[in-house]
Design a protein around this ligand. Structure first.
Ligand code: ZN
Length: 133
């Protein structure tokens, strides 16, 4: 298992990316809109992992709610798994509280599913199965 990325909620990904690009020298690999999560996403590779900057595209986006409640900051940690359905089945059997029982398509065409913070020590956890590599 690896940390696939760390998701950071921002009010604007271009503004936030300026720090990571100009001050830390990271590149913005891609920016895309993930319609089913109502966010725009910028991915910045760092080693074998990535920083994922998130910006809401509507007021009912989960990121809008997060920003209103807690302000910008770390929103979730994503772990890469080989077989996301098998991981979800396993976690469910062990009593974990799943937000997504079924994976959905996330940024970069990956399959993703979220695990509730009540099962993970207070951190929203995302599972990611990459399909391209
Ligand atoms: Zn993510």
């Amino acid at each position: 298992m690896k940390i696939d990325h760390i998701g950071i909620a921002t009010n604007g990904i271009e503004d936030a990316a300026t720090f990571y690009r100009d001050s830390l020298g990271l590149d913005v690999a891609e920016i895309e809109e993930v319609a089913n999560q109502k966010v725009r996403v910028a991915m910045l590779p760092i080693g074998e992992s990535r920083i994922e900057l998130l910006e809401p595209v509507s007021e009912d986006s989960p990121i809008s709610k997060f920003l209103a409640k807690r302000g910008p900051g770390i929103h979730h940690i994503a772990m890469r798994v080989e077989d996301i359905r098998a991981s979800l089945d396993d976690l469910k059997q062990r009593g974990a509280r799943l937000i997504d029982e079924e994976p959905r398509v996330g940024a970069g065409g990956c399959l993703v599913a979220f695990i509730h913070p009540s099962s993970t020590g207070g951190v929203l956890l995302e599972l990611v199965e990459r399909r391209e590599d």
